[in-house]
Design a binder for this molecule. Sequence first.
Ligand code: USQ
Length: 382
Amino acid sequence: MRILVLGGDGYLGWPTAMHLTANGHEVAVADNYLRRQICREENVDPLFETPNLNRRSELWKKFSGFDIRVFIGDLTQWDFVEEIFKKFTPDCIVHYAEQPAAPYSMLNRRAATLTLQNNLMVTANVIFAVREFCPDAHIVKLGTMGEYGTPNIDIEEGWIDINHKGKKDTFLFPRQAGSLYHTTKIMDTDLLWFYVRMWNIRVTDLMQGPVYGLFTNENESDTRLLPFFNYDELFGTVINRFVVQAVAGFPLTVFGKGGQTRGYLNIKDTLNCVRLSAENPAEQGELRIFNQLTETFSVNELALRIQHVGDQMGIKVGIQSLENPRKEAENHYYNPKHTGLLELGLEPNYLTDDVLARLMEFVIKYKSKINQDQIYRNIKWG
Ligand code: USQ
């Protein structure tokens, strides 16, 4: 298939692009380096430098023989979107091109409006481009488990049957996000669902939990092929942050009571989920939703796991309970269904001690680069 990966420079976009080419697909990536720019503006650095997309594409060609075509530009601008879709008519569009950080979206008004404008405009432009240039193409959109929030009932896979006053119907599962970023993902889902009904486009919306890890089958050959890896409070996700904190000797930053439970997955499984979705497209006129996670943990459970692995490696890991900068439930019910991707063939890579130890061993090599000032800034959401 011809697959266009939007947001190809990001933590997940670049590994996805390599993975898809390694599995026989023709791939192009597009990005405007927004994440890199925001990191510079907010004075946060990734753990290690990552070459730009053109250089990584050359490197990947050298190692694997596969091409990844690179388009640099802003997908909120229609002229750029039109150019890409004309030059590379995709069968499938993998849409990661969003400001992906909940804490950043809660930082200030500018960050909030950037998140709104970027995320919603890119989604709208993708829909309009599909309609105009490739109406049969399948949009694989990265949503988030955070669209559902933490309801006191089981979370279904996207849809719920409602029996009301003797009549039945099926609706999108109720959504109640905990950050502006997560709210833009709800709005994306609504936009996609609207145009599925109006124009019969085909869409898979992947409700993904927090991702962890660095290594994939495609990036073992050279560290320059590794993804952009943040560990700061704005952009780092919790497991990656805790591993870096453990190595830095910074007590793990458990926010509030630490009972916050989420559905996690290894970066390898993100790539498999996206590929399986692309290779098994939704029908025309279908909004298909999968919950993309493989196991659930509370923050306390994660902290104890990382402390335990640290112990085994001779690293003393402290745990601190900090005032929660976020507004979120700290003890709650959490039971999301996640069978759709398993039925498509996903074989999960679980969070084992070995997986954590390998990540920790890698981070140790970069210990001197860890900037402790960026670990906890206490950016208040309320
Ligand atoms: N947490 C801590 N200490 C920390 C960092 C986080 O206790 O130092 C807690 C948070 O309060 C939260 C949980 O860990 O309860 C997860 O936080 P996170 O930063 O790993 O995840 P989140 O901000 O929700 O966002 C991440 C990705 C986002 C994705 C989302 C999936 O950045 O792109 O959509 O995970 S989900 O969380 O299921 O909505």
